[in-house]
Design a binder for this molecule. Sequence first.
Ligand code: ATP
Length: 425
Amino acid sequence: MSEIINLASKIEEQLPAELVNFMQVAGEVTASQGQSLYLVGGVVRDLLLGRTNLDLDLVVEGNAIDLAQQLIIKIKQGKIITHPRFNTAKLQWNKWSIDLTTARSETYAKPGALPSVKPGSIDKDLFRRDFTINTMAIKLNPSHYGELIDLYGGRDDLEHKLIRILHERSFIDDATRIWRGLRYEQRLNFQLEPNTLQLLQRDIPMLDTISGDRIRYELECILQEEFPEKVLHRAEELGVLAKLHPSLKGNGWLAKKFEQARQLSSPNLPPVGLYLALLAYPLTNEETEHLISYLRFPKSLAQTLRDSSSLKAKIQSLADPGLIPSRIYRLLHGYCPPAIVANSLACDSPVARQHIQLFLDKLRYVKSALTGNDLKRIGIAPGPRIKEILNLLHEAKLDGKVTSKRGEEKLVEGWLGRSPPTPPA
Ligand code: ATP
């Protein structure tokens, strides 16, 4: 019989007391009903690795929604969000969010389809998972609290730094695991176990069975990693990146630009849109449109990609050292900030970069002091003329030709002094 490993002290050391208490209470409540509760997945892996992870996933051999309802009464605070179709619940209180699912087994009717799910034991629930390092669980019932369940060699693979699938058809059943495997490999500095690597390469064509939405989700997860460029580089090396789009590159250029994006965004991570715009920078307008429709990006990300692509065509104009501020403003106004920042990082011209910086730091905030109402008061009839004059005032202010409200009034009076009032062209 294999030795029993108890991780209770690791739980105590590495997780906040509030979460530890919660798990103990949850274990007691579950046991009092003759059922079993487990901590599973990424958090168990990370407890063993000593990495911070506060995303608790609990699995109950019972009914997750019923249990969540009892627990919310017990802790006397928070709320639950339930998904009766999958019999799962999310419990939220203070800053914590805990996923509770009913142990289940899965079967795949055809590659890439969402699985059919039915209630099952913890063994089956762990077997449906992606990689051995994610198949470990910890018992939470008081009589066995802290005991590690490791049915598929997860601990051994953690020790040998290996990413290993559980069975030959894993990538065929669900090819998103290809992207997930590369993400774990690069995040943890592990290696794909040789047979897993071979099967991954064999099954790359199975990525075609996955919907754009699911692939986009995986890409967004990658772009929230500490060093997404490592995953993208590996994906290019293995021919996985080309499945997103053949013109995408995970090269040294991208690594340099991602690093600059991080420096710029520090202490936060760069927004996903900025990383995406840099990744898509080598694409033509048409290729960008293909990527947008394949991955079905939501509006704001699609806009960032389109803006970035169309701004790229203006870099040559922005590289003219003689540009006056109002012209810089006109070239950049209306584009979303992540697209502008992406172009600043990606372009080769130091002059264009300086102009973009001037726009981002200063020009985009410049407003004329006079408003449309002020102009009506001065005697300009309502109509398109007002807009024209406001634009001219704005340009004058951008170019430093006027610096005060009084100055603006004088300028307008000067224009009106001509008969009929014609602002300068
Ligand atoms: P992360 O550390 O990135 O949050 P995680 O391990 O918590 O990773 P999630 O994406 O939150 O991963 O998924 C929770 C668990 O569900 C995983 O540990 C894994 O066991 C399982 N899982 C998620 N996606 C799949 C999949 N496509 N196929 C099989 N199992 C999966």
